[in-house]
Design a protein around this ligand. Structure first.
Ligand SMILES: NC(=O)c1ccc[n+]([C@@H]2O[C@H](COP(=O)([O-])OP(=O)(O)OC[C@H]3O[C@@H](n4cnc5c(N)ncnc54)[C@H](OP(=O)(O)O)[C@@H]3O)[C@@H](O)[C@H]2O)c1
Length: 272
């Protein structure tokens, strides 16, 4: 019988050291020994996700879902959902493989995201909200009190931490150094590493991902392109302008089909 997606996923999770393997689960070595017996979709998933599962500590991946014309939502902020089911499942797999999933405060205000793993088996990551000015509402997910909430970090500027009311029981607030243009992504990564979050998914939104990309703070970027044209609304990545096309970044990249969506798996060279 061919190794299917579920069997391959259990092996990838185990290779990442995330969660207890299901009874009878194969390890990734056993799966790869019989390559001819791997279902093609499972083989693609292994090719795409195993490098992330086995990446060294300090690994940071960004993801952004966008339309063909590079928009992440309409002008009114409607973003549910740009991508299809398979891309959403892929996002949940990324969450399950990291210690921590990070979003900017704009995403919390707009979407109230749960940031948990629900579409696949696997552990929830620690959730983190990057909120240098301390403006995130404390009555919306993931900061609001909730039953069985995964641990959540509220990353705020050192200058505002003392004026904020006490957070919910599952939330730990951490201060970040502030500079003229906000918080440096490398300081965010360092603060997360200091509390044991060494593999990080930066899930959005556009502003947060763009800052991480511009600082060279990402090792990998997953751009999930959906076959729709929104025409206006918020753009995905937004970077400092360049004058000449020859100065454009042309990183190494692989493409994967996720039903109707296309995943661009971009390898970046992180600048330490
Ligand atoms: N398609 C996708 O994959 C995806 C994923 C997530 C979210 N979204 C969408 O993205 C939209 C929100 O995106 P967004 O760009 O507005 O918000 P965002 O990136 O979630 O949050 C941006 C805000 O976070 C703070 N911030 C982030 N990095 C910072 C830094 N290095 N230094 C200082 N402050 C920093 C700033 O807060 P202050 O404004 O307080 O200074 C900034 O305005 C929503 O519509 C959501 O639905 C899409």
């Amino acid at each position: 019988m061919k190794t299917d997606i579920d069997t391959a996923w259990q092996a990838i999770l185990a290779a990442a050291g995330r969660g207890d393997p299901a009874p009878g689960a194969l390890d990734i070595g056993a799966v790869l020994r019989d390559r001819a017996d791997i279902d093609p979709a499972a083989a693609e998933m292994i090719e795409c996700l195993l490098p992330l599962a086995t990446a060294s500590e300090g690994f940071v991946i960004g993801q952004i879902g966008q339309s063909l014309d590079g928009r992440i939502c309409t002008e009114s902020g409607d973003s549910h959902y740009v991508n299809g089911d398979a891309a959403l499942t892929h996002l949940h797999r990324l969450r399950a493989l990291v210690d921590c999933v990070l979003v900017g405060v704009g995403t919390v205000v707009a979407d109230r995201p749960r940031l948990t793993v629900r579409r696949v088996t696997g552990p929830h990551p620690v959730r983190a909200v990057l909120d240098p000015r301390g403006r995130a509402p404390d009555d919306v997910s993931p900061l609001a009190p909730e039953a069985d909430a995964p641990p959540t970090l509220h990353l705020v500027g050192a200058s505002c931490i003392d004026r904020l009311p006490a957070p919910a029981a599952h939330v730990r607030r951490l201060p970040l150094p502030e500079g003229e243009s906000g918080v440096a992504p490398r300081d965010v990564i360092a603060a997360l590493a200091a509390v044991g979050c060494r593999r990080v998914l930066v899930e959005g939104g556009a502003n947060t991902i763009s800052r991480f990309f511009a600082e060279g703070a990402l090792d990998r970027l997953h751009v999930l392109v959906a076959p729709l044209l929104i025409g206006s609304g918020r753009s995905g990545l937004s970077l400092p302008p360049i004058q000449r096309l020859c100065d454009a970044a042309r990183p190494k990249m692989r493409r994967y089909a996720l039903d109707e969506d296309t995943l661009f798996d971009v390898t970046l060279s992180r600048q330490s």
